[in-house]
Structures are given as structure tokens and as C-alpha cells.
Design a protein around this ligand. Sequence first.
Ligand code: HEM
Length: 465
Amino acid sequence: MPYAGTFRVCQPGGLSYRDALAEAVALPALLATMLRSLIEAWPEQVYRQPLVTTRFLGQRTTFVCDPAHIRSLMVDQAASLARETFMMRALVPALGSGILTADGPHWRAQRRTAAPMFRPDRVQGFVPAMARAAQATRRRWEAGSPAGTVRDISAEMMRTTFDVIIATMISGDDQLAVEPFGRAVETYLGQTSWKVALSMLDAPDWVPHPGARAGARAATYLRGEVSRTIARRRARGEPGDDLLGLLLQARDPETDQPLGDTSLVDNLLTFVAAGHETTALVLAWTLRILAEHPEIERRVIEEASGLGVDPAADPAAVERLTYTRQVLLEVMRLYPPAPLIVRRAAADLRFGDITVPAGESVHVPVYALHRHRLLWDTPDVFDPDRFAPERAAGRDRYAYLPFGAGPRICIGMGLALTECLVILATLLPAFRFVPVRAEMPAAQFRVTLRPKGGIKMKVVPRHVR
Ligand code: HEM
């Protein structure tokens, strides 16, 4: 439920002393709400209106919730946007200045250089590694009780997608200690909500918070491990055809320059951080939602079984999972893994006759956009047929943004969708998923959109009655 009173809707104008005092008194409650889930702090108007301006601790934020304004913001006025300070504070210590966190010419050069690695033909080359990771999960689950084993599906999917990212990024390097590396990624990401909240409260960087020291240690460890992995690969003499190999060989098409060592570390860590949790969340929410919709689940299983071929042997076959793809798109409408896109106006922005002055924050509340009362029929209902070609054709492209839009659209979109298809097609025909709790878990903003308390389900092999 939207929480009345955190982001207060306001008219343009200054902040009175009385308002500032009232906000200061309410600070502990604000912090608690933001840490519980930032989405609860949004005003209810973001689900009903095209543009909503709020004031929060004296700072104005404009929420852009209308497809035409979003297009204007993310495409036409993209050159007037900068990364938002609070996201930078959360991510830069580990990710440095890679594609996700850089701005300006440094971002453009890295994006140009890395773009060819994510072309559809390259992604198809990664399908066998994806299939192997999915099969490893399948074997692990088959080794459980034949009557079913209760598992936290979101943790399980994190493990599977982590295996995929390691296999696609640094295949054949058995010196990277995968488990401690995975734990360090979790430790780092786990404390980023504090950094976001404190930064939004304008607290200086040195203010301590739970997990800060462990987060800093994790960042140092992760960067060191990735540097050493790169050094080992260079010493091997041949780059290889995984993501690291492709990054080592990549050249900026305009300057013919390769990426420097710091950029290599920044971007490999960026791909791990941006790519594995987001994808795991789509899969976990999908398995949970399908448990509520047996008819839809049956269609997905039929489609996977109808392929008649293992994706590892025929990567192009994955393209035929068209209904499963619709299901994934609809899951990402209701549970977008990246529920908020934030920018700072580097120059004045115009939305019709409204101006957002340079320096202010602009938010695209993707979670609210996907449930917006003016844009979607029965917005809270799960209906994968919304993404059938004939129904999707009439929809504004900027009403649906799980991967963002404009020049900074997700570079890994094709890779993520293919990975979800391969993993679902491997696991769903083999297991039934029985939720331990009847109600859907609450969605919590943790930079990504996580299920509160995980998703516990009994995983039952299908061949057992
Ligand atoms: C379902 C999975 C995924 C979702 C929902 C997702 C979502 C997003 C979104 C919304 C953005 C735009 C953020 C913004 O505009 O501020 C983004 C950017 C990005 N994503 Fe993804 N992502 C996913 C998977 C991946 C994967 C698998 C990779 C790489 C292996 C990846 C790498 C990146 C990078 C590098 C950027 C920054 C692009 C730029 O600023 O130029 N993502 N992602």
C-alpha cells in the first residue's frame, strides 16, 4: 500500500520552516519506510496521474508516469540527464565507473565497445552454458526427497543464474572460488538499500550503517578476485570466447581502443551485479505466480515439451518458446526486477508546459507505471495474453519498461530473456512447485524488487504421484 506522508505531493515553490520541522520530526518513520520498501513511500497519485511532483526533505522529485513524457525524458532529452547521486553512492564502490554507473563520453565509449558482445548470435552461443546450469539445478533438486523438498526458490534461482553468469563470463577458470565470490556479491548488494536511504536523507558518506564494513570488504575482495581472473586469462595467452574473452578482444568501433584494465574489472563486476539477481528474480516470481495459474502453467509445460530438442543441442529452438516469453513479460510487468529508474536533471527538462529545473531528481516509477490505472485494463490481474502480438501491437512502447528505454536501455536484455526461457523450459516440466504459504509474498524494494522473506515452495518431481 502506498504510504501517505513520505514523498509529499507538492506544487512548485520553496519549503517553509514549519514544513521542514515537520519533516525532521518524521525522519525516523521515513527512514523505516524507505528501508522496508521505497515503493511504499511513493504517493498514491503515481498510479493515476501522468506527472507527480513531490517534496522530500526539502528536495523536489518529479515522477514521470506517462508514456509520452517518458519517451521525451529517456530518448529526446537523454543528453540532459545524469546518474542520480544515491544510486552512485550505492554502486560505485564495487562497480567503479562501468557501463551502468558512468556518464558522458566514458559511458558512450564503453557501451559502444561492449554492445557487439550482446548481439543475438552471441547470446545464442551462451545457450549451452545456460542449459548446463539449469540441468545442474535439476539434478540437485532430483536428489531431494521424491515426495518433495521445501526450498527457497529465490535463493535457488540466485544460485542458478549465478552459475550461468560465471559460466558465460569466465568459463574454464577453476581458480575463482565461486561460493565466496557469490557470498561477497550478496553481502555487497545486501547493504545498498542503506546507502540509498542515507543518501536520500542527505547524510554524508561517512555515516555508519549496518553492513557498511562488510560491504566495503566485499567490494575490495570482489575487485581483487576479478583483477586476478583477468591476469590469469591474459597469462593463458588466448582470450577465449566467453564474455571475458570477448571483452578482452573488444575494440571501440570509433577509436579502435581496447578497454583498460580498470574498465574490464568495472564491467565484469557490473555484468555480475546487474545480470544475475535481476534474472533470478524474474524466474522466482514466475514459478510462484504459475503455482496460482495451473492452466497457464500447463501451456508453458506443453510448449517446452513440444520443443522436442535440448536447447543445449539446438540453441535456436529457444526462439520457439513464444507463449513462455509472453508469461515472462507479464511477470515483469507485475514484478519488474528494476522497479525504479532514476536520473538527475543535468539541464532544465521540459514536459509540455512544465519545467523541471537542472539539479532536481526525476524518477520513472516502473512498478507503478506497469500497474497504472490509465494505461492497463485490470492492472493487477496476471494475464500473459496481454503480450500476444495482436494485443501488444496497440500499446505504447513506453508504457512497459522492465529493461528501461533510450540510449541506456539494458544491454543484457536479450541475454536475460534467453536465460529465463532456457531455465524455465528445463525446470518446469520436471517439477511441481507447491507454495508453503497461500498468499503471494510482498514485493520489497531493495534496489531490485525482492520477495519479502523469500519464496518457499515444495519442489516435487513430476514423475512422483
Ligand atoms: C531480467 C533481467 C534484467 C532486468 C530486468 C534488467 C533491467 C535493467 C534496466 C531497467 C536497466 C536500465 C537502468 C537505467 O536506465 O537506469 C538496465 C541497465 C543495464 N543492464 Fe540490465 N537487466 C537485466 C539483466 C541484465 C543482464 C543479464 C546484464 C548483463 C549481463 C545486464 C546489464 C546491464 C547493464 C550493463 C546496464 C547499463 C546500461 C547502460 O547504462 O548503458 N542486465 N538493466
